[in-house]
Design a protein around this ligand. Structure first.
Ligand SMILES: Cc1cc2nc3c(=O)[nH]c(=O)nc-3n(C[C@H](O)[C@H](O)[C@H](O)COP(=O)(O)OP(=O)(O)OC[C@H]3O[C@@H](n4cnc5c(N)ncnc54)[C@H](O)[C@@H]3O)c2cc1C
Length: 529
């Protein structure tokens, strides 16, 4: 049976849960999945959309972090490279794919030797999985990254990482949690905590569908940039553990297809990178202390101008013209504030257990989300902590090796490839479900390969509530700068008619204003803002 908000609210209000996870980004999604798989009764809620904050605003890299080698972080790099490989080979091969990276190194022979040694050490730490790093000629670079100003830089090396679709990886993880028995609901905000460390806690939730109080034996606070706000609900006098740093990205339309990403070192140990992604290029990132409301983070025109200016040093000017800017977005890194308070801070992530027993977890990387979630679960109270907690490599929905069977004969090869990249083996279900809707195989707009079938699937199976949920996190429309009023109106009409959701009116009893963007500030710069 398809999910309905009514039934989710009903269950949230009537079941005694073992764990309530607050925050449906990649970390909360994974905590819910692993907890449900281990037999716990789990609920997962998000104030906005699943993946609507940091987990939908990353650089989409699944990587070890070459630059951490220089700061002595080889243990962390090894762990991250291991995560990259298991995500790409087993957990989500449809969503995590190998990506060659061109590293541009300015300077003479000494710099080149240092770079060679670093890349070799990086490959060794990763157990020499995949092709070995190598230096390449300017001609080879031009084939990989056609827009690079090769003449401006001294040498180029190629090494291998992986990239993903961050919001779809989060949605697949939340789906996995739901299929393992977790009760999940987006657009439900935790507004009050009444914690009983050794008994039944009560958490008040408010959002679309009304208000509900959840009874649970443990609470995990996986609210990313909001981590301290929820901790303050538990203990108004607590010292903050997180500081926030804003990172903005610009999305560009390339002139030719890029076969690799590129990273360039800047002064002060910083890097600028450009990553090919769904026919676009993500250019990032900025790094700026942020003190405001996390929900208000946006990529400002000044961020866009700054990124284009810096990129001008290594990308051809044609690539950086205003008309090539499709969209821009920003997210917040969660960094340790210092070693104060009841905080166990590592460079990877922050974790604290409060006086009410709530486990708060934030920061780290999308790449290492499995390890971060496991750490959170290991801090649950003894009474409910599963006895043997290990990293699970269970495949996410869509990861099945069996190829999709029911690919429609009316679909061309590039559309099939598009669907398989987003849904993997779930493409079958998406197409089968769409059979009864006449326009299911029609593109939403000629400018993108996304089909109406994806909209129906988003509503039925992926908890889409607003047009923004569909545009920015379930299809590739937002990335391509196609968040136009016309497309919003058309998708909103489908949401309101309930076509995609069968007869369920997802907005019934809303009583709450929808905010299409929650914390993942996004600005359409080029078109249709
Ligand atoms: C600019 C940038 C680039 C990055 N690039 C990469 C990269 O390339 N590779 C990589 O591995 N990592 C990258 N990261 C890091 C990665 O994105 C994050 O570590 C990860 O997404 C954090 O996920 P999360 O679940 O902790 O937080 P979030 O995704 O922010 O999720 C927290 C959720 O909590 C919800 N919430 C908040 N308050 C409440 C409440 N009261 N009730 C209910 N729900 C609530 C929010 O709505 C939100 O959905 C990047 C980060 C940034 C900022």
């Amino acid at each position: 049976m398809d999910w309905t908000r009514e039934s989710a609210l009903e269950l949230l209000g009537h079941v005694d849960f073992d764990v309530l996870v607050i925050g449906g980004g990649i970390i909360g999604g994974r905590v819910a999945f692993d907890a449900a798989r281990s037999g716990l009764r789990v609920a997962l809620v998000d104030a906005g959309d699943f993946g609507g904050a940091t987990s939908g605003a990353s650089a989409r890299l699944v990587h070890g972090g070459l630059r951490y080698l220089g700061t002595g972080g080889s243990r962390l790099v090894r762990a991250a490279l291991g995560e990259r490989d298991v995500l790409a080979s087993r957990i989500a091969p449809h969503l995590v794919r190998a990506l060659p990276f061109v590293l541009s190194v300015a300077g003479g022979r000494r710099q080149r030797s240092r770079c060679a040694a670093g890349l070799l050490a990086y490959a060794a730490i990763g157990g020499f999985q995949g092709p070995l790093p190598r230096f390449v000629t300017p001609e080879q670079v031009a084939l990989l990254v056609p827009s690079l100003r090769v003449e401006a830089l001294a040498s180029h090396a190629v090494f291998h990482e992986a990239s993903t679709n961050d919001s779809r990886l989060t949605l697949a993880t939340v789906s996995a949690a739901a299929r393992s028995g977790a009760v999940v609901a987006n657009y439900l905000r935790a507004v009050g905590l009444d914690l009983e460390p050794d008994g039944i806690s009560r958490v008040s939730l408010r959002g679309i569908g009304g208000e509900v109080t959840v009874r649970c034996r443990a609470v995990v606070n996986a609210t990313g940039p909001w981590v301290d706000r929820i901790r303050e609900m538990e203990d108004s006098g607590c010292r903050r553990i997180a500081r926030l740093s804003k990172g903005a990205h610009v999305v560009l339309r390339p002139d030719e297809r890029w076969r690799a990403a590129v990273a360039v070192s800047l002064e002060g140990g910083r890097h600028l990178y450009a990553v090919p992604c769904e026919d676009t290029i993500l250019l990032g990132t900025t790094d700026e202390e942020y003190d405001g409301d996390p929900a208000g983070v946006v990529a400002r025109p000044a961020d866009v101008a700054h990124l284009l200016k810096v990129a001008n040093r290594f990308l051809r000017p044609e690539m950086l013209r205003g008309e090539r800017v499709l969209s821009a977005f920003a997210g917040l890194r969660v960094l340790p504030r210092g070693a104060e308070a009841a905080l166990r801070a590592s460079r990877e992530h922050l974790l604290s257990v409060g006086p009410g027993g709530m486990v708060s977890v934030a920061g780290g990387k999308l790449t290492t989300h499995r390890r971060i979630a496991l750490d959170a679960l290991r801090h649950l109270p003894d009474t409910i902590r599963p006895r043997r907690m290990r990293l699970s490599d269970a495949p996410l929905p869509g990861a099945s090796r069996a190829p999709a069977q029911n690919l429609h004969s009316r679909l061309d090869a590039s559309t099939v490839d598009h669907l398989l990249r987003l849904y993997g083996s779930e493409t079958d279900t998406l197409l089968a479900d769409a059979r009864e809707v006449p326009n299911a195989l029609v593109q939403i707009t000629p400018e993108a390969p996304d089909l109406w079938a994806q909209v129906y699937y988003a509503i039925r199976k992926e908890w889409a509530v607003t047009a923004g949920d569909v545009i920015h996190r379930r299809t590739t429309l937002g990335l391509r700068g196609l968040d136009t009023p016309e497309i919003r109106d058309e998708i909103s009409s489908v949401l309101e008619s309930g076509v995609g959701a069968g007869h369920v009116d997802l907005r019934s009893r809303a009583g709450t204003e929808l905010s299409g963007r929650h914390g993942n500030g996004s600005l359409s710069v080029g078109r249709g803002a």
